[in-house]
Design a protein around this ligand. Structure first.
Ligand SMILES: [Zn+2]
Ligand SMILES: [Zn+2]
Length: 114
C-alpha cells in the first residue's frame, strides 16, 4: 500500500542560498578636504562638515564629468526657503550650485546672510 500523503523532507535549518553579493547603490566616501567619512544618502555627494564635494557631474548625479577636481564652497544663499550652496571647482573653475541637505553644517556661511 502506498501512503496517502507523501512525506515532505524538510530542512528546518536551511537558509536561503546567497547567490548575489549585496550591492550598495549609495556611495560612501572620504572627504578629500577634511577627511570626514561621508555616508551617502543617494541625494548628496558633498561633505556635511566642510561642504566640499568633487567635480564628477555634468548634470546632477550623472557622474559624467572627468574633471574630478575638489569643489570648494564659496557661499550659501537662501532661495525660496531652501539653502543653496555655491561651489567652485578648484581645478577648472566651474561654478556649481547645490541644494543643502539636512545635516549640512552651513553655519559658517550664514553669518553673512543674517
Ligand atoms: Zn569635508
Ligand atoms: Zn572641475
Amino acid at each position: 500500500m502506498l501512503p496517502k500523503h507523501r512525506t515532505r523532507v524538510r530542512f528546518p535549518h536551511s537558509a536561503p542560498v546567497m547567490t548575489q553579493k549585496f550591492q550598495r547603490k549609495i556611495e560612501d566616501f572620504d572627504c578629500e578636504n577634511c577627511g570626514t567619512r561621508v555616508l551617502g544618502t543617494g541625494f548628496t555627494n558633498h561633505c556635511p562638515v566642510c561642504l566640499f564635494s568633487k567635480h564628477v557631474d555634468i548634470y546632477p548625479g550623472d557622474r559624467a564629468e572627468k574633471c574630478g577636481g575638489l569643489m570648494e564652497p564659496i557661499g550659501v544663499e537662501l532661495e525660496r526657503g531652501k539653502y543653496i550652496i555655491t561651489q567652485k571647482c578648484l581645478k577648472c573653475g566651474k561654478i556649481w550650485r547645490n541644494e543643502a541637505s539636512a545635516g549640512d553644517d552651513i553655519s559658517q556661511f550664514l553669518v553673512g546672510l543674517l
